[in-house]
Write a protein that binds this ligand. Structure first.
Ligand SMILES: [Zn+2]
Length: 349
């Protein structure tokens, strides 16, 4: 990617109101059968169009064909009883009724590859596809078979690697693994989390990314954030491990968070997808606000490694707010891109 400061969103965009009830997670589909297949494709097409129209450089599917970033992938796997729901505490934060692992897990067929091919056909820009990370997957399940979070994570890493290779063959340029669980389970991140993530990304020639955040802007997450104190230093645990890892890009939360920016220094050398758009508020940032965050980040990230992005997915937001935020992101990035161009031009003179 030759553009300096290429913009990209973390993943999801709100779905059109004719496809799923807006502004909620796990919103049920409002269509069925062939109409649902066609509706998802139309929504994906619209998500691509809006990203391009608002100047987003690395385009995603907006997660228009999936209900949820973790559970939709899990639903396609064998060894998991989708009907047997057990209540677990997700990321130590909120309870949810989740499916149960009852046997050896496997992926009988591709999950997202057809959708990725469809995305590839819609745009000439580089495309990014998000998958859940192994640790976040096991944290969204009740396991009655392996009885070991680590063992199950390794199984999922193998399955994710199969899917990722097929996504790459379908023309995906960046494959991203979402690991919000990395901000919670620090010992496991160290013991096997990063290793399982690397296993999921093994052998890929596409660029690889890991998204680590403090979650969607939903109430349970916002309440949890209030308990984290004035400085959020959770990244301090995972960043040195990721800096040493094979993963190319680290996606993190920044604007309006209490993450001390100097922690970004810990991943020096990696590309950084930096959250310059808040997903916990519908207030649309001004381009200048976005630019201010990016300028501060440039103290810790080389300019050719900075990818301006959102803090997290925008699925729960009102559609108009999300689209406004796309525009703010690219306008803010353009301000800083121009400043960098002026600096380098003045150095040449
Ligand atoms: Zn996130």
């Amino acid at each position: 990617m030759s553009t300096l400061l290429p913009t990209s969103i973390v993943g999801s965009l709100p779905k059109p109101s004719w496809l799923a009830e807006p502004e909620r997670l796990w919103s049920p589909w409002l269509l069925e059968g062939d109409a649902l297949v066609e509706g998802k494709q139309d929504a994906l097409r619209s998500a691509v169009h809006e990203q391009e129209r608002h100047g987003i450089d690395i385009v995603s599917d907006g997660e228009q064909t999936r209900q949820h970033f973790v559970t939709t992938f899990i639903e396609h796997l064998d060894g998991i009883d989708q009907e047997r729901k057990e209540t677990v505490r997700i990321r130590d934060r909120y309870d949810a009724a989740v499916p149960t692992v009852v046997g050896a897990v496997s992926r009988p067929e591709s999950v997202f590859v057809e959708d990725a091919r469809f995305l590839r056909a819609q745009t000439d820009r580089p495309i990014k596809w998000a998958l859940p990370g192994p640790m976040t997957m096991i944290d969204t399940l009740s396991d009655q078979h392996y009885k070991s979070r680590e063992k199950l994570a390794w199984e999922f890493a193998t399955i994710l690697n199969q899917e990722a290779r097929e996504l790459q063959d379908a023309g995906v340029d960046v494959i991203q693994f979402d690991e919000p669980a990395f901000t919670v389970f620090h010992d496991e991140v160290q013991d096997w989390g990063v290793a399982a993530l690397e296993r999921a990304a093994e052998g890929l020639t596409a660029e690889t990314a890991v998204h680590i955040c403090y979650g969607y802007g939903i109430e349970a997450n916002n309440r949890w954030k209030e308990t984290l104190g004035a400085e959020w230093r959770q990244y301090e645990q995972s960043f040195p491990l990721l800096q040493q890892s094979s993963i190319d890009i680290v996606s993190l939360e920044c604007i309006h968070s209490h993450v001390p920016l100097d922690l970004v220094e810990l991943i020096r050398g990696k590309k950084v997808m930096l959250g310059a758009i808040d997903v916990a508020t519908e207030q649309v940032e001004t381009p200048e606000e976005v630019a201010a965050v990016l300028r501060r980040a440039l103290d810790h990230v080389d300019a050719d490694k900075l990818i301006p992005s959102t803090n997290c997915g925008m699925a729960p937001l009102a559609r108009s707010a999300a689209l406004g935020k796309l525009g703010a992101l690219s306008a803010g990035a353009a301000i800083v891109r121009n400043e960098l161009a002026e600096v380098s031009a003045s150095l040449v003179r």
